[in-house]
Ligand binder design. Structure first.
Ligand code: KE4
Length: 420
């Protein structure tokens, strides 16, 4: 048995599925998870000493690669002053000021995960509007708060049904499900639930059905529909935030949301989430206003040190984004060549992309679901055995960092050429 297999056997005795987050269990690709021990730049090493080019990058946070020098030094310096106080610290102010500067939100609240950011933003939207319903999109993932673990109900225009055990139907009933890139499906829900929809929440680039970019006019259309029906627009930028541009998807697409949620990159690899918006909305949050939200480790100074160091580099080096686009385009064109005889679609926005094994363009969740999952499994195992560590699910993204080299991209493409 490999060390990873031994560790996995032990893990399954004390952790559900042997993991602390389901996708890591590699159940969709029929292999055991490689337990990682070290990361450096664009590389990771597993418990058996195997080296890989990392295309997960911790599911997005490590836009500057593993063990970025400035991030590492900022954390090492911060821990010497203490791990946590549960009291305001100067670094939280610096972090909030920088996030507001980069994203254009007027106020922001730090939390500890993307899930917590979304859960809080939804509560704020409901508190601000006095409405209870939320519209989300099939195939979009916004973390595991109850309101977001909901699928379309039987009556397409009425409330949703739980998408997980433990989610009360009463809560699911307040979440309506529209179709991504389909503005009419949103309008129909808004018309069928007049003055009841607090917010429409969307991944500005869907990346949890695999990467599905917004079609021209989709995000602008959502903005107009929310204005027409008095609902708030929430951009869930846990993946796109600070990745597509310094100002995330709001800047990249030129569409402003009423509330925005962040995670991943904002923490530099440490547990940080955030939600932000106008002063008018954010001043409704406790202790100023009636919308309660709190957290023992929110704004934790060590986590802030990691996030602030990473965001400062992104703010001071806009060339990181042209570099990410160049790398993404290089990998995309290489993979298109490698897969030219395979029914495959490649969707990319900047440095996130997905290879779908289907012969039709993927612009919706239905089309994403038409992918050949057996082919995807061959793809995943073929890459892994050739030293490329990619997401173990068709419905995830590949993440590039600014330290992946052209040589490594060539290696990934050559690996892809050998698989089918
Ligand atoms: P976290 O609670 O995992 O920090 O964030 C939840 C979340 C919210 N919104 C979006 C758009 C997200 O993609 C996520 C989490 N992303 C997944 C990867 N697709 C995290 C990986 C995992 O669940 O282990």
């Amino acid at each position: 048995m490999t060390r990873s297999e031994t560790l996995f056997a032990a893990a399954q005795k004390v952790l559900p599925g042997g993991v602390n987050s389901p996708v890591r269990a590699c159940r969709a690709v029929g292999t055991y998870p490689r337990f990682l021990e070290k990361g450096k730049g664009s590389r990771v090493w597993d418990a058996d000493g195997n080296e890989y080019i990392d295309l997960i990058c911790s599911w997005g946070p490590l836009i500057l690669g593993h063990c970025n020098k400035e991030v590492e030094q900022a954390v090492l310096k911060a821990v010497k002053n203490g791990l946590s106080f549960g009291a305001p610290t100067a670094i939280e102010v610096e972090m909030a000021e920088l996030v507001c500067q980069m994203t254009g939100v007027e106020m922001v609240r730090m939390v500890n995960s993307g899930t917590e950011a979304v859960m809080s933003a939804l509560r704020l939207a409901r508190g601000a509007t006095g409405r209870s319903k939320i519209i989300k999109f099939a195939g979009c993932y916004h973390g595991h708060s109850d309101s977001m673990l909901v699928k379309a109900g039987s009556g397409a225009l009425t409330g949703g049904a739980p998408d997980s055990a433990g989610v009360p139907s009463e809560i699911a009933g307040d979440t309506l499900t529209a179709n991504y890139n389909d503005l009419d499906s949103v309008r129909r829900l808004l018309q069928a639930n007049p003055a009841q929809v607090a917010a429409v929440i969307v991944e500005p680039v869907a990346a949890n059905m695999g990467v599905v970019p917004p079609q021209d006019g989709f995000l602008q259309g959502l903005r107009a529909l929310c204005d027409e029906f008095g609902s708030l627009l929430i951009f869930d930028e846990v993946i796109t935030g600070f990745r597509l541009a310094q100002g995330g998807a709001q800047e990249y697409f030129g569409v402003r949301a009423d509330l925005v949620t962040y995670g991943k990159i904002i923490g530099g690899g440490m547990p940080v989430g955030a939600y932000g918006g106008s002063r008018r909305l954010m001043e409704l949050v406790a202790p100023l206003g009636p919308v309660y939200q709190a957290g023992t480790l929110s704004g934790n100074p060590v986590a802030m040190a990691a996030g602030l160091a990473q965001l400062r580099i992104l703010q001071q080096h806009p060339e990181v984004y042209t570099g990410l686009e160049r790398r993404g385009a290089l990998l995309e064109s290489g993979l298109r060549g490698a897969l030219k005889d395979v029914p495959a679609q490649i969707n990319r926005v900047g440095s996130i992309m997905t290879v779908f094994f289907t012969d039709a363009p993927v612009t919706s969740y239905e089309q994403a679901k038409s992918s050949d999952l057996d082919k995807f499994k061959r793809w995943y195992l073929g890459l892994l055995s050739r030293g490329v560590y990619a997401a173990p699910s068709q419905f995830e993204a590949m993440f590039l960092s600014n330290v992946h080299t052209d040589e490594e991209i060539k290696t990934i493409v050559n690996a892809a050429k050998e698989i089918f």
